[in-house]
Design a protein around this ligand. Structure first.
Ligand SMILES: Cc1ncc(COP(=O)(O)O)c(C=O)c1O
Length: 387
């Protein structure tokens, strides 16, 4: 028997990430990497010191499986302050290995193989492989640039297909869409009517330029069916720490905790102590971060317009989405052309869209980069535009 015949269906259905593939051709063509969604600048000094101190103080063994108690208390206080929801740190919060684990334990807790889960496209690329892992079937609603609006007609059609869950991401990767209260209320009404769970990925909640972040959990009556997935990666510039958390009612939390315990036991113990320092930051930290990202966004946005692309100004998160048809008919060819000819790498749009569509349009640029990195990319693109 050939060894590949022994693989599980879930392994076969899990395709390699094209975002990392885009990063690989950065090396090949010497392109500046605006593809992968991680900052190239340092984490806050206070966090690095807190992590070093936690290791020196020998917090190096398994932590409480559900997360360090003071950290769960601090997350509950943050939820009260910023999301206007009261949650019990003992029974409703689970600290896990990044929002990535949070999303996986949420899906494992509520989906059986064959269950249908709605996602809004363009979507964060992990959602499809994460659904493949549990045998969930993705159902898509395709949102259109520049407003990425949802309509009742779209929801009528999608919910009529028989859903068990919806994954919502606001502010969204890759579009920068920030869901309004009216949109959240509309989606909540459908979830209530059809008895559907909502997993809400709020990892970019503080990276916001326009509008307000409203957590789905804060809407009246939604605590029965909402799982919040969040984490420290983006807000505190520590994507490598792998610290995230889920917030959900005690029944959902108990189910996710059982799975989390046997999947990873706990999130990194010393970094949970360091995360306490992060949650003690004042409002100025969040305001300065959003201001810094807005400056980076504006710099990159004008450069993309100047080379003839049609970028959509994001309201949140740290990505810019643009139509790519001036570069090539197909997104892969557009990304390759930009890397080879302009020396700038972006992610082709098909990472974020229904895998069964053969041809896609669109590129995603990440601007979580030092100003000097963005400036260098802008200069390259300006030179390319003049050719
Ligand atoms: C929408 C979204 N959710 C989750 C994650 C992963 O978060 P974490 O590092 O906490 O696993 C990312 C990372 O890019 C993301 O863009």
């Amino acid at each position: 028997m050939k060894s590949h015949l022994n693989l599980s269906q879930r392994a076969i259905n899990t395709k390699e990430s094209q975002i990392r593939e885009a990063s690989r051709y950065c090396g090949k063509y010497g392109a500046i990497n605006l593809a992968q969604g991680l900052p190239d600048f340092p984490a806050p000094e206070a966090l690095k010191i807190a992590a070093q101190q936690a290791i020196a103080a020998d917090h190096n063994q398994y932590a409480d499986t559900w997360g360090l108690e003071p950290l769960r208390i601090a997350i509950a206080a943050k939820m009260q302050r910023d999301n206007h929801v009261t949650v019990d740190p003992d029974t409703e919060i689970t600290v896990c290995c990044g929002a990535t684990e949070g999303l996986n334990i949420a899906l494992m807790a509520i989906l059986d193989p064959g269950d249908r889960c709605l996602i809004f496209e363009p979507f964060y690329e992990n959602y499809i492989p994460n659904l493949a892992t549990v045998g969930g079937i993705p159902e898509f609603i395709t949102l259109q640039a520049p407003n990425w609006e949802i309509t009742k007609e779209m929801l009528d059609q999608a919910f009529a297909r028989g859903l068990k869950a919806v994954i919502l991401n606001s502010p969204a990767n890759p579009t920068g869409k920030v869901w309004t209260l009216a949109e959240l209320e509309l989606l909540a009404e459908y979830c209530d009517r059809y008895d559907v769970y909502i997993i809400t990925d709020e990892i970019y909640e503080y990276i916001l330029y326009e509008g307000n972040h409203i957590s789905m959990l804060s809407l009246a009556g939604m605590s029965d069916r909402t799982i919040v997935v969040n984490g420290f990666s983006k807000t505190f510039c520590v994507t490598g720490w792998r610290l995230g958390y889920t917030v959900a009612n005690p029944t959902l939390t108990a189910a996710m905790r059982r799975i989390h315990d046997f999947l990873t036991i706990c999130a990194p113990a010393p970094l949970q102590y360091a995360a306490l320092a992060a949650l003690a930051f004042g409002q100025d930290y969040y305001q300065n971060m959003a201001k810094d990202y807005q400056r980076k966004r504006d710099l990159l946005f004008s450069a993309l317009k100047d080379i003839g692309l049609s970028p959509v100004l994001p309201k949140g998160a740290y990505y810019i989405w643009t139509d790519s048809s001036v570069l090539a008919d197909d997104a892969n060819a557009a990304a390759l052309r930009l890397a080879k000819e302009a020396g700038v790498a972006a992610v082709p749009g098909n990472c974020f869209t229904n895998p069964n569509c053969d041809r896609t349009n669109g590129l995603r640029f990440c601007f979580a980069k030092q100003d000097s990195t963005i400036q260098a990319a802008v200069e390259r693109m300006a030179r390319y535009a003049k050719r």
